[in-house]
Design a protein around this ligand. Sequence first.
Ligand code: GLP
Length: 249
Amino acid sequence: MEVIILKTKEQIGEAAGKIIAEVVKNDPAAKLGLATGASPVPTYKYLISKYASGAISFKDVSAYNLDEYCNLPRDDENSYYTFMRKNLFDHIDIDPANTHIPDGNAADPDAECARYDALIEKIGGVDVQILGIGTDGHIGFNEPGDSFAPGTFKIKLHESTIESNSVYFKNGDMPRYALTMGIGTIMRAKKIVLIATGKAKAGAVKAMIEGEVSPACPASILQTHPDVTVFLDEAAAELLTGNHAKREV
Ligand code: GLP
């Protein structure tokens, strides 16, 4: 795991964005694993600016999102489908047919999870996966538990996640369930870039990087992946005791 501590969210967005842009430059038909939440937004802004300046194209790129809420209309302002359109897809030349998000409203969630896994199986795993981390150490919506889920599945969200994410649901109750790639699906990515900023993430970041590898902190599994870069700001890194790279930009 390479851990890089930067001063601002914008610097992190640029540094993480450069990694993604490089993958796309090397393979114009790259398969990107994408995430929602506030953490990747500056990275998406950087990628949009590179597209706008003509430096990269997403014409042949395909995208695979980590997760989606259940029982939330696809066009709801808080669906991850809407989030991705608003924060990335509507601003680049990606073909909407090449953007994939699990269908949280599928009549048969098990069949939908199997369909999504087959899609990722077919491409042999994404080339690069962007991740955030929940305050409880979740990645995607893999909540702490007794085991690491191998594939995409339906999860009941934990109270701490409902508490963190309900700030976005101004007009009502937030969904209690979601479909998410499993840890096994996420670990198939050839390269992983995780972003965490702010004090609220410091405990989860410490457990992920310096704790034991355990499903009690799902993100800790990343210690066993061969190519992970973690970008943190000072606040998210404040509980770390190891000697990690600090970069002044
Ligand atoms: C949600 C998403 C995760 C994300 C997490 C943190 O639970 N399912 O993929 O990493 O929120 O979000 P934020 O980046 O807004 O802190």
